[in-house]
Design a protein around this ligand. Structure first.
Ligand SMILES: [Zn+2]
Length: 178
């Protein structure tokens, strides 16, 4: 799943300044569970590894268990990557974006638009008639704008999101990964 550019983007988003978010997540997935193990594997400084781990934790996509070594009395943190949370986040993002697109589509379908050929200023019928079909910016005449291409593009985008959405079915995805 780390090969998925959408997943990579999400992890990069979360770990931001640190460029090593993905390699650290990869370590977690491959069973390196302590910060020392990860630092050794990635050859990153321990404080960078820890900072990234806490960022992942803060975003809810990593968790840890703390245990005390009975001899040294030192605490060890065993980290775990919460793969399902990634899919939940992506699914939620996808749904939000899809809702926005649907609202845009509805607005485009329920309105008639006019535009100024000079500067591309776009008005709904109401706005245009309030301005007596004169461009509020440059004073040229507003002309009817065919928005069927915009509508088609929106519909395609919505369909595309719907198709991609199936990838975010994390039960299936986990099965493929394991
Ligand atoms: Zn104009």
């Amino acid at each position: 799943m780390l090969k998925d550019p959408v997943v990579q983007e999400l992890i990069t988003d979360i770990t931001k300044e640190e460029e090593d978010g993905i390699s650290i997540v990869e370590c977690l997935i491959n069973g390196k569970i302590t910060d020392e193990e990860i630092a050794e594997e990635t050859e990153l400084r321990l404080n960078i590894v820890r900072r990234v781990l806490y960022k992942l934790y803060d975003a809810g996509i990593a968790s840890y268990k703390r245990s005390k070594d009975p001899e040294t009395q030192w605490y060890t943190y065993s980290w775990k990557f919460e793969e399902n949370k990634i899919f939940e986040m992506l699914k939620r993002r996808n749904e939000e974006f899809s809702m926005e697109l649907k609202e845009c589509l509805e607005y485009e379908e329920n309105n008639i638009f006019f535009e100024c050929k000079n500067n591309g200023c776009r008005c709904s019928f109401e706005e245009a008639s309030e301005n007596s079909f004169i461009c509020p910016v440059c004073g040229s005449e507003l002309e009817f704008q065919d928005n069927s291409t915009i509508i088609e593009n929106l519909k395609e985008e919505i369909q595309l999101l719907k198709n991609n959405g199936h990838d975010f079915n994390f039960e299936n995805a986990s099965k493929i990964d394991s």
